[in-house]
Structure formats: structure tokens, C-alpha cells
Design a protein around this ligand. Structure first.
Ligand SMILES: Cc1cc2nc3c(=O)[nH]c(=O)nc-3n(C[C@H](O)[C@H](O)[C@H](O)COP(=O)(O)OP(=O)(O)OC[C@H]3O[C@@H](n4cnc5c(N)ncnc54)[C@H](O)[C@@H]3O)c2cc1C
Length: 480
């Protein structure tokens, strides 16, 4: 019998798992996909927002500001990458400058620190590629960016190190409440028992809740966001996150420098019925190009290397819904976690776990170790350290992904590491092989062979991202 089952291994579920592992409890994380961080957590803007935008006195505002501060500790403890960009919100005329003043006041009320204004010439000195008609900017120095799925992996690896169990390919298909526990059905087959459930199922939160409750107190409205990705050659074109003024539809189309040197352009904001339709649209991509001209000039559209889309778990509740079920004691909703959910995740975890500690009188895990060791990134080492590593393990001398400079040894580590994975996308998420200019055109076939060799599987059984998604199906040039 588990004390807690957490449904969903996105940034929220993994942050909760880590926070809960500070206490003595038997904890299981269930994820329906073949990997952690495969939904919202893998397709977002990667911004650790300052907290200037959420409405005052909401959980979004409180947990965003707290979460932003908590990333400073997480960086040290979990060895996650953070790029301290700061951000500008831009105005183009008197009316927008008045709106910028109101936003300043909201940021102050939300507890955002060190905010200031720059006039046209100061702003242009700092960011020469700002659009010519920008008249004033609100500067938010505490805004930064991270590598979202790496943060989720780090939380989950650290939670596992502290005793948590993780099961992937494990979809929760039914929940039945008995007198003192829940029976939880996985993949329509196996049943496990748990005293409490924490549902952190992202866009599927309402579906999971309906497995148990008759009246789910919110509805999830999937809201798509599309992006362009610029190659690392665009690095330095803009160094701050650049926001337009927010509207009812959200924070708008942005320019976002990334930790590995790429720049994201987007996202759009389109409501759709489907929870899993991630395709890009002509209208969405055209809208990004159109909206960006209000932010910057000389945008290097010739450096676009790919497009992608993510789907936000926006809810009818219009704020984060982090509450115990009103129908069933010990079922906890963590729902409606759209933006700024990445930023708020560590604070969401603390907010929920405090409730659990008080309700269940949890005792501290005296063996809790907050540290997740640093990963070796070969191309960042100095020449002497590189030579020493190649001597120890010659696979560091075999460069597989030429664009991102990733070696065979790093790919093997991604396959067998504490949260290893044997899919092409899983290796891309961990080692960045295939993330560069050629998008895997050059290295994917080598990665495929390494996965097959390391996992003792035939090459046509290696999946792209999940079960039954093989890249190779059959030989085409078979001798008669
Ligand atoms: C386009 C876009 C841009 C964004 N930009 C930012 C940003 O810059 N900054 C920011 O702070 N936030 C941003 N966000 C919001 C942020 O990405 C999300 O709030 C955050 O990732 C939510 O994490 P999560 O763990 O709740 O959800 P998810 O990452 O979606 O994880 C939920 C998990 O639950 C699993 N699951 C669902 N049902 C079941 C089941 N029945 N059984 C087992 N597992 C199940 C899913 O497979 C999934 O892995 C953005 C979101 C989007 C889409």
C-alpha cells in the first residue's frame, strides 16, 4: 500500500514528488507516457517569470513570485541550467505607457523586486534590435530562463534518490474509493492501493478527476501555443526576454533567448477542442511573424531551424486549483496549471505538501539529500579535462552529434542514467543529440544504432518517442 500516488510526471508532479520525499512516506509517481516531461513541460517558453502579469491576490501571482525565488536554490541543489536574461515589457505610445504604469503597480503589489523603467534611448542602448517605435520599457531583472524538462528530470532523479518510485507507461484508467484507501487501476489491467492521490495530470486533469468525482469543479480548455526556433547563430540578437503588453488572451508573442543559445519566437494562443493536436498551422506561424514586428527589427527569420507547439491546461477556474476533493477525502487536485506553472512548480509543491504535512502529520525524512549531481557536458570542459576523460573512456572521443557536439559516451549515459530512456526523443531530451541545425538529419541513424546496441534490441524495435513508434519498419532493399 502506498501513502501517496502522484498522477503525472510533468514539472508539477516531479516537483511534488521531490518535495514530498523530504518526509517519511511511501510514494509512487505514475506517468502514462514513455518518459517524464512529455506534455506541457516539454513544449513551453522556458521562462521563469518575475510575477508581473498574474492578477493580484491569486495563487498564480503568489506562487509565481515564490517559485521564481526558489529556482535560485534549485540551481545550486539540482545543477539545472539558468540564464539570467531579465525581461523588457515594451510600450509604443502614451496609451501603452499608461498601461505599463499599471503593470508596474501590479508587479509591485505581487511582490516583484527591482523593477524599473527605461526610456527609448536607454532601452535601445541595452537592446539595439528593439523595434524603432518602442517608446518606453518596463525592466524586470528577476526574469530568467531554464531548460524545463531538465528541471523535471532533476526533480524526479532526486526524488528517486530519496526513495520515491517512478513508473512510466502507466496510465491511470480507473479510481475506486474504499473505506480507507483508493484502488487505482493502471492500463485497464493491474490494480494498486494507496491512501492518498495527488492528481497532477496537466491537460488531462479533468479526465482523471472524472474517474472518481461526479462534479469536477473545473473544466480544462486546451490552448495551443506555436513557436519558431532560431539556430544558435542567432545568439545575441536579443539578450532579454521581450514581452508585449499582456492582453486577455495572455502574455502575447515574445522573443525568448534560451539557455543553449537558441532563441524562441512565440507563442500564439488558440483555444482548440483536442488535447493532443500539436500540429503547427499556417495562421499561427504567420501571426507570430506579424506580431513580432512590434517588438524588434532585423529578426533573423533565415535562422529558423524548426517549429513546434505546446498545449496549455487553461481552466474555467481561471487560477491554479490546488485543493482536496470536496467529494472524496485524500484526493488532491493540482489542476489548471497553465502559465506560469513552470515558474510556480517548486512553490506549488511546497504549498500542497504543507497541506499534506498538516493533515497527515508527516515526519521529516532525516536522510533526505537535496543534491542531484552535476552531469558531464564534454564540450564545456577544458582541453586537459577532455583528454583525461577520453583516456578513461574512449567513447568521449567519438563525436556523434556534430551540431551540438555530443559524444557517444554522453548518449550512453542518457540511455543508462538514473532516469534512462531508450527512445530517440528521450535521448534528444537528455543529451541534446539532434537538437541542432540539422535536427538529427546527420546523427539520428547513429543514435538509433547506439540505442539498439546498448539495450540489446533489434534496430527496427527502437521507438521515436513512445511505445509502438518505430522509425525503421522493414528493409527496403532486400535481395530476391
Ligand atoms: C505554449 C506554452 C508556453 C508556456 N510557457 C511558460 C513559461 O514560459 N513559463 C512558465 O512558467 N510556464 C509556461 N507554461 C506553462 C507550463 O509549461 C505548465 O504550467 C507546466 O509545464 C505544467 O506542468 P504539469 O506537470 O502540470 O503538466 P504536464 O507537463 O502536462 O504533465 C502532466 C503529465 O500527466 C500525465 N498524465 C495525464 N493523464 C494521466 C493518466 N491518466 N495517468 C498517468 N499519467 C497521466 C501526462 O502524460 C503528463 O506527462 C507554458 C505552457 C505552454 C503550453
Amino acid at each position: 500500500m502506498y501513502d501517496y500516488v502522484i498522477i503525472g510526471a510533468g514539472i508539477v508532479g516531479t516537483s511534488i514528488a521531490r518535495e514530498l520525499s523530504r518526509y517519511n512516506a511511501n510514494i509512487l509517481v505514475l506517468e502514462k507516457e514513455n518518459d517524464a516531461a512529455n506534455h506541457q513541460t516539454v513544449a513551453n517558453s522556458a521562462i521563469i517569470h518575475s510575477g508581473h502579469d498574474p492578477k493580484e491576490n491569486t495563487l498564480k501571482a503568489k506562487l509565481c513570485v515564490e517559485g521564481n525565488a526558489l529556482y535560485e536554490t534549485m540551481e545550486k541543489e539540482l545543477n539545472i541550467p539558468i540564464l539570467r536574461t531579465g525581461a523588457f515589457v515594451v510600450a509604443h505610445n502614451q496609451e501603452e505607457e499608461d498601461m505599463l504604469d499599471a503593470l508596474y503597480q501590479r508587479a509591485v503589489n505581487n511582490g516583484v523586486k527591482d523593477i524599473l523603467f527605461h526610456d527609448r534611448s536607454q532601452a535601445r542602448q541595452i537592446e539595439p534590435n528593439l523595434a524603432d517605435d518602442v517608446t518606453k520599457v518596463l525592466s524586470l531583472p528577476s526574469t530568467k530562463v531554464t531548460y524545463p524538462w531538465e528541471v523535471a528530470f532533476a526533480c524526479l532523479e532526486n526524488a528517486i534518490h530519496n526513495g520515491v518510485t517512478f513508473r512510466k507507461n502507466s496510465r491511470v484508467t480507473n479510481i475506486i474509493k474504499n473505506e480507507n484507501h483508493f484502488n487505482l487501476e493502471i492500463n485497464d489491467a493491474e490494480t494498486i492501493q494507496t491512501k492518498s492521490i495527488i492528481s497532477a495530470a496537466g491537460i488531462f486533469s479533468d479526465q482523471v478527476a472524472y474517474l472518481l468525482e461526479k462534479n469536477v469543479p473545473y473544466q480544462i480548455f486546451p490552448r495551443k501555443g506555436e513557436y519558431f526556433v532560431l539556430d544558435r547563430k542567432a545568439k545575441g540578437f536579443i539578450n532579454h526576454v521581450i514581452y508585449p503588453l499582456p492582453t486577455k488572451k495572455g502574455k502575447g508573442v515574445l522573443i525568448i533567448p534560451q539557455v543553449h543559445g537558441n532563441i524562441l519566437l512565440g507563442p500564439t494562443s488558440q483555444l482548440q477542442d483536442e488535447k493532443d493536436l500539436l500540429s503547427n498551422t499556417r495562421e499561427g506561424l504567420n501571426q507570430i511573424k506579424h506580431d513580432l514586428h512590434a517588438l524588434a527589427k532585423n529578426i533573423p527569420f533565415n535562422l529558423i531551424i524548426r517549429t513546434f507547439a505546446g498545449i496549455r491546461a487553461s481552466s474555467s477556474y481561471e487560477d491554479f486549483y490546488i485543493q482536496e476533493s470536496k467529494e472524496y477525502s485524500d484526493f488532491f487536485h493540482v489542476a489548471g496549471i497553465d502559465s506560469p506553472g513552470l515558474t510556480a512548480a517548486p512553490a506549488i509543491a511546497k504549498y500542497l505538501v504543507n497541506q499534506l504535512v498538516n493533515k497527515h502529520h508527516l515526519k521529516k525524512n532525516i536522510n533526505f539529500d537535496p543534491i542531484r549531481p552535476k552531469k558531464t557536458v564534454f564540450h564545456k570542459l577544458n582541453f586537459e579535462d577532455q583528454l583525461a576523460l577520453v583516456k578513461k573512456d574512449p567513447r568521449y572521443g567519438n563525436l556523434v552529434c556534430k551540431c551540438e557536439k555530443i559524444t557517444e559516451a554522453e548518449i550512453v549515459e542518457a540511455i543508462h542514467g538514473p532516469l534512462g530512456n531508450d527512445t530517440i526523443k528521450g535521448i534528444k531530451k537528455r543529451a541534446r543529440a539532434g537538437s541542432g541545425l540539422c535536427q538529427g538529419g546527420y546523427c539520428e541513424q547513429t543514435v538509433l544504432k547506439i540505442i539498439a546496441r546498448e539495450t540489446n534490441q533489434p534496430i527496427n524495435k527502437i521507438n521515436y518517442y513512445g511505445l509502438d513508434t518505430p522509425i525503421l519498419v522493414q528493409e527496403t532493399k532486400v535481395k530476391p
